[in-house]
Design a protein around this ligand. Structure first.
Ligand SMILES: *Cc1c(COP(=O)(O)O)cnc(C)c1O
Length: 547
């Protein structure tokens, strides 16, 4: 137990009481941290996160004991351990040169506000433990619903706080949001009818017998997020029945291929469960043609879900929201607030166009979640849940829609700048141009680019193989040196008619990322390429081809 400073660290009931009130002597290490964090979060992170990375195996050495301590530790001692062993080896996701992932910097005010949230410790599953937080969360869902669907005629006054309806669900992230959307879609396709009490009551096996389907299928482009596979798995649909539709040269779902796949399924007595459009794919950031997808879904009477976990925040921008047009026709939409809305991890949402749709998953229990009550838990997959929606509520108020628009527009502007920089650098190749603020590229020496265009199949394959190795090696060394970070992925290359090539992936969300930082990222990569043991082979293959 965390005994107090200046006392022996012993676990008496008296000292246990104290940890639920206030410490007698202010705890020095904790106070220092609180002060540093509230005065200058970035400085705190810069000071305490080591710039050089330790090998994971070495870090594991600090976390390898399975013994639950038999003796209490002073808070200060323990905090010091955290600073040295945990914070020091953490990833500096808020650094302006950390441009590899969707996880980015946070506004400073969320730190103290999250303390209020944790201090209050409300449980959003039921009103009895979240009297004010439940209306707040319903309002947040209403605001996000409005952002997507912009319903009129008193729609929000009517449904926002209605006991038997739900505009959506707040959850821990895009994965749960996607599962929830498909759960609702599944239960509506296999709903009660005649003597059949519905899949929620009778299960998938009897539902399939009742409806006489041989199978169910979900359609999404091959760029769909892996969380959809998890959803297909847990909902009993099966990963194989998540049908991956091919994409065009812009990484968008091919509509003819989608139509063919749906017709083929129907001809085989396979019931389409949902069509999913991706608004901002994880690997290339592209947006499917949502309006056309909505029309196809309508024609087949099929649930239309849009996975806008990452890209949905673009709706905040009046300049760019047209890129997602058609999203307002979706039956359900996933948006993560912990991506481009700058909220800490654990803030996902699913919104439903029709406030009655979620009744397909409604669940009641006697001691809580009584029928007709307004408990959020009757419609959520998760049970006990924190008041995370408060942080989104605060950020929406403090930053406001135009503030978010500035952030979104700035990110897109930065991505365009970086794309131009790549295109102007002879030894780099832009692989996927940014539609939003995500792009992919790789290092290919200028002469090698010329050689690739002339190479025969065998030479090309050989060259692309070494280029993959070079990309991997540059990315690893850049990460290890700790100055900047880009991620890497493998994507289908239309240009080189190749199954997959390895590329750098950049997500530009941090408003503090400057053009100098972006220039330095390329310079560092150029330097790492020169030092790489793969480069000589690439250059000699290049000269063989060009000779
Ligand atoms: C991030 C993401 C998800 C998964 O969301 P989590 O919050 O990580 O669970 C799903 N789909 C897309 C398109 C995403 O970008």
């Amino acid at each position: 137990m965390m005994a107090m400073e200046n006392k022996t660290a012993d676990a008496t009931l008296e000292s246990l009481h104290r940890i639920f009130t206030v410490p007698e002597a202010p705890d020095s290490t904790l106070s220092m941290i609180e002060q540093e964090i509230s005065q200058n979060l970035n400085q705190f992170l810069n000071t305490h996160i080591a710039s050089r990375e330790k090998a994971l195996a070495d870090i594991e050495q600090d976390f390898c004991s399975a013994e639950i301590p038999e003796h209490p530790t002073f808070v200060s001692d323990h905090t010091q351990f955290l600073l040295n062993k945990l914070v020091a080896q953490s990833v500096h996701t808020s650094a302006p040169s950390f441009i590899g992932h969707m996880t980015s910097a946070l506004p400073y005010f969320l730190m103290p506000l999250s303390k209020i949230m944790i201090g209050l410790n409300q449980n959003l599953v039921k009103i009895e433990t979240s009297k004010a937080f439940t209306p707040l969360e319903r309002q947040v869902l209403g605001m996000m619903h409005n952002l997507i669907y912009n319903e009129k005629n008193g729609f929000y006054q009517q449904w926002m706080h209605s006991a038997d309806h739900s505009l959506g669900a707040f959850c821990s992230g895009g994965t749960i949001a996607n599962i929830t959307a498909l759960w609702v879609a599944r239960n509506n396709v296999l709903k009660a009818e005649g003597d059949f009490k519905g899949i929620a009551q009778e299960g998938l096996f009897r539902a399939m017998k009742h409806y006489g389907y041989d199978d169910l299928a979900i359609f999404v482009s091959e760029r769909g997020h892996y969380s959809l596979k998890k959803a297909a798995d847990v909902l009993g649909i099966g990963r194989e029945n998540l049908i991956a539709i091919s994409t065009d040269e812009n990484n968008r779902i091919s509509l003819p291929a989608l139509n063919d796949a749906i017709l083929k399924a129907k001809a085989n007595n396979i019931q389409p469960l949902a069509i999913i459009g991706v608004a901002g794919t994880t690997e290339t950031g592209n947006i499917d043609p949502l309006d056309e997808l909505a029309t196809i879904a309508e024609q087949h009477g099929c649930h239309f879900h849009v996975d806008a976990a990452w890209g949905g925040a673009t709706l905040m921008s009046n300049r760019y929201r047209h890129l997602l047009s058609g999203i307002e026709r979706a039956d359900s939409v996933t948006i993560d607030a912990h991506k481009q809305l700058y909220i800490p991890m654990g803030a996902g949402m699913v919104l439903f166009k029709n406030p009655a749709l979620m009744s397909a998953v409604e669940h009641h229990a006697e001691y809580i979640l009584r029928k007709g009550a307004k408990d959020l838990g009757s419609h959520t997959l998760e049970g006990s849940r924190s008041g995370m929606s408060m942080l989104l509520f605060s950020a929406l108020n403090i930053i406001s829609r135009p503030g978010y628009e500035l952030l979104i527009n700035n990110s897109i502007h930065n991505a365009e700048y970086f794309a131009n920089l790549i295109q102007d650098s002879p030894d780099f190749e832009l692989v996927s141009a940014p539609e939003l603020c995500l792009l992919t590229y790789r290092y290919v020496p200028q002469r090698t680019q010329a050689a690739l265009a002339l190479a025969n199949d065998e030479q090309k394959a050989q060259l692309l193989d070494v280029l993959d190795k070079l990309t991997i090696s540059i990315q690893k060394h850049q990460r290890e040196s700790g100055r900047s970070f880009v991620s890497r992925t493998r994507i289908h290359s239309v240009q080189w008619q190749r199954e997959n090539i390895t590329v750098f992936r950049v997500v530009l969300a941090n408003p503090l990322t400057t053009s100098d930082i972006l220039k330095n990222v390329l310079m560092e990569q150029q330097e790492l390429a020169r030092q790489s043991r793969h480069l000589p082979l690439i250059l000699s293959l290049t000269e063989q081809i060009l000779d």
